[in-house]
Design a binder for this molecule. Structure first.
Ligand SMILES: [Zn+2]
Length: 288
């Protein structure tokens, strides 16, 4: 069984009556069509046991909560203010964020962290740090793990996490793309490393990540897609720019990520699948 530790199925791109999404069967990526309910149904039928959905922004939390009753407990929620949205989110919203977290069944705080890759209008480093520290304390108040989004900002993020070390309750460095030393720094602070389709990429840091995965212990890894984002390399069949734009990633591709981890670690696919499943239950304090 597989847990997708990072999805965004409440996004509008899954509201359409039918949309193309990625599927994976018999070692090949394929295209499927359907709506959100059909996609989630085939995920259940194909061994995706559970998904964790963090917020992409404060303004998307209502949409997450609106969909929650329909899909609970298959989709478990994490709430937070994504670093990308810190500049646009009023600081006073933190009280409402806290209320959301106290009043709902959430398994983590996130996405939170630092993203220095953003265009200047969205990248207000000071505000990102304020929101990160606030959410770190909020996670501590509820003894919840963190879903970290850190891009081109690992030094600052690790400095802040180290300073607040005693307030940490674990979590995951999502969509990790760094080297082994950086991964080890997160692991030393109690975090797992989220591995997704970047592992399958030829460019975009794929080789660096494969090297990191070879060197990391299996108990430190979680599987994730970040669906609808972070697509694996696509067969020529659906590689035209217009098709690619419409295409949504889906948790159905996770067996491809798990197979690649198994290959890199010299383990069986079944052993890797089981280890990653247990790791995710442990990190998010969930029971099978
Ligand atoms: Zn995400």
């Amino acid at each position: 069984m597989i847990i997708d530790s990072h999805v965004h199925y409440s996004l509008r791109s899954y509201d359409a009556e039918a949309f193309p999404y990625l599927d994976y069967a018999n070692g090949t990526l394929t295209l499927a069509h359907g709506d959100r309910a059909a996609l989630l149904q085939s995920m259940k039928a194909r061994g995706i046991a559970l998904c964790i959905e963090p917020s992409t922004g404060f303004d998307r939390i209502e949409a997450q909560l609106a969909l929650a009753p329909e899909y609970y407990p298959y989709i478990r929620l994490a709430l937070g203010v994504h670093p990308k949205r810190c500049a646009a989110t009023p600081w006073s919203s933190r009280k409402q964020l806290r209320r959301y977290v106290l009043e709902n069944d959430v398994v983590a705080i996130g996405e939170t962290g630092l993203d220095y890759h953003l265009p200047p209008a969205q990248c207000h480093r000071f505000r990102q740090k304020m929101w990160f520290c606030y959410q770190l304390r909020l996670a501590h108040e509820r003894k919840l793990p963190l879903i970290l989004h850190v891009r081109e900002a690992d030094d600052d993020a690790l400095r802040i996490l180290t300073r607040y070390r005693r307030l940490l309750h674990g979590g995951v460095a999502h969509c990790f793309g760094g080297n082994t030393r950086c991964a080890q720094a997160y692991i030393n602070l109690g975090f797992a490393i989220g591995i997704g389709a970047r592992l399958l990429q030829e460019s975009n840091g794929g080789e660096l990540l494969r090297q990191t995965v070879r060197e990391l212990p299996l108990h430190a890894m979680l599987a994730e897609t970040d669906a609808p984002y972070v697509l694996p390399p696509l067969p020529a069949l659906f590689c035209s720019a217009s098709k690619r734009k419409k295409l949504r990633n889906s948790s159905l591709i996770l067996p491809a990520v798990i197979e690649r981890i198994a290959l890199l670690k010299g383990e069986s696919t079944a052993a890797v699948e089981q280890a990653l499943y247990e790791n995710t239950l442990r990190v998010f304090h969930l029971h099978a």
